[in-house]
Design a protein around this ligand. Structure first.
Ligand code: FCB
Length: 471
């Protein structure tokens, strides 16, 4: 194990075996998760699972380019094959359905469905039509993300998200997909985690396209949010019956001490991670504190942009993973102060379910127009291995149970949360960490592409069966 988590399973029964009466996952009887309209599903993303990067007219994306650069991705891994889902999608849908999962969140690869002139690529579009039709036949609720980071490289060659024109190209893409797929999508999310696209992609260079400049990050964010705002009315026109939203990752920042400087640092951390995205969407303005952190980085905003960005949403997708403990950096910002002796995952991320609850309750207080929420990602990586055909992912079971309890607490505190998608359906290409970090509730052997259901997935399935039986 990359981390020593053995000491921290304080609330976990040691006797974890199939059919054990001491079920380490099933929520208590008074949990809101027993409501049968609370959607429980799993999520994936195109570049992380599909592979087939050169097939049927797919164009290169920024992640093909970035992962080919030595040193950018652990072990030189790329998404060229990934989980080979492009060829194995039928079996993968069977697997999803057999687990009883009620919802599936997937993303469309923009470079698969449009050529460089903006014309449709029929073969790529047909792949998603077949996939979504099959999901609907299985009665699975479909959440489709239009942009989960795989920007066509030809758009990056013209400035990518630094170029305002990319936002208009995105609206064209949203137009095409919603015309083609209307009726098979229950909920559209325009973007996945604009914070990661803007900051990791253009601010610190850890993700594609690998640029590192704070001013670039704020401008890229503005164009991403503009793209979202331009796409929403297009989606509403073409596919009126579906829900429209966006997915934001959120971060909990806690102060290392009671000092005013450290308290301020924690506040700035949350401004940078949360308010930077949620304020423009829900208040129609950028938080001014952001520019205290990054002086002189105000993006160029044209008249009408903030109105476009802040048009009402049907839902807000929230992705949550961990908290960060911070102190003042002595100047305008914050620095991480990792806590000792806390439970961590294979990513080194702290397991901190209270952060999810506290942030959700805080958003309800801050944003009076907060739309209904879906937790669109939550989960953890562990270095799972298959032993005698089984994967005992004990830490994940505990993680999921505790985070679902946090969601229940937020619901009981009055936050309108309608569903939860675990990240991820299966192990996959974890961006800069390649295939080493395993987030799935299904194990993937990358040498054979064999899928093995992990113990966590079995327990989720058992709960869903029990819930169905009670309904
Ligand atoms: C999120 C991404 C998702 C996955 C998880 C672990 O930031 O949206 O694709 O990589 O982290």
């Amino acid at each position: 194990m990359a981390n020593d988590a053995s000491a921290v399973f304080d609330t976990l029964s040691p006797a974890v075996s199939k059919g054990s009466p001491a079920d380490p996952f099933t929520p208590p009887a008074d949990s809101s998760l027993w409501r049968k309209n609370f959607l429980l599903g799993a999520a994936t993303a195109s570049y992380q699972i599909e592979g087939a990067v050169n097939e049927d007219g797919r164009l290169p994306s920024i992640w093909d380019t970035f992962s080919a650069i030595p040193g950018k991705v652990l072990a030189g891994d790329t998404g060229a094959v990934a989980c080979d889902h492009y060829h194995r999608w039928e079996a993968d849908v069977e697997m999803l359905a057999s687990l009883g999962l009620e919802g599936y969140r997937l993303s469309i690869a923009w470079p698969r469905v449009m050529d460089a002139a903006g014309a449709p690529n029929r073969k790529g579009i047909d792949f998603y039509k077949r996939l979504l039709n099959r999901l609907k036949e299985k009665g699975i609720t479909t959440f489709v993300t239009l942009y989960h980071w795989d920007l066509p490289q030809h758009l990056e060659d013209r400035g990518g998200w630094l170029n305002r024109d990319t936002a208009y190209r995105f609206a064209d893409y949203a137009d095409l997909m919603s015309c083609e797929l209307a009726g098979t999508v229950d909920a559209w999310a325009t973007l996945n985690e604009p914070w990661c696209s803007a900051y990791l992609g253009y601010g610190n260079g850890h993700h594609a396209p690998g640029l590192a400049n704070d001013r670039f990050a704020t401008q890229a964010m503005h164009h991403l949010l503009l793209a979202h705002g331009l796409a929403v009315p297009v989606l509403r026109t073409n596919d009126p019956a579906s829900q429209k939203g966006i997915v934001a990752n959120i971060g909990r920042g806690t102060a290392n001490s009671d000092s005013a400087a450290d308290q301020r640092a924690a506040h700035l951390f949350e401004v940078q991670h949360n308010a930077w995205i949620l304020d423009p969407l829900l208040k129609g303005s950028y938080p001014q504190d952001l520019f205290e952190l990054w002086p002189g980085t105000e993006p160029l905003v044209l008249d009408g942009d903030m109105e476009t960005i802040s048009a009402p949403l049907d839902f807000l997708g929230i992705n949550y993973y961990f908290r960060t403990n911070v102190a003042s950096d002595g100047a305008h910002g914050f620095r991480d102060v990792p806590l000792e002796g806390v439970e961590r995952t294979q990513m080194g991320w702290e397991v901190y379910p209270d952060g999810l609850r506290d942030l959700l309750i805080g958003f309800k207080e801050t944003y009076h127009n907060l739309p209904p929420i879906y937790i669109t990602e939550n989960g953890m990586a562990s270095d799972d291995e298959v032993t005698d055909g089984h994967v005992e992912d004990t830490q994940r079971i505990s993680f999921l149970r505790r985070h679902l309890a946090a969601v229940d607490q937020a619901i009981k505190a009055g936050v309108d949360i309608r569903g939860y998608f675990l990240w991820s359906l299966m192990d996959n290409f974890e961006w800069a960490f390649g295939y080493e970090r395993r987030f799935g509730v299904v194990h993937v052997d990358y040498s054979t592409q064999k899928r093995t259901i992990k113990r966590s997935a079995e327990l989720v399935e058992k709960f869903l069966q029990e819930r169905k039986a009670k309904a």
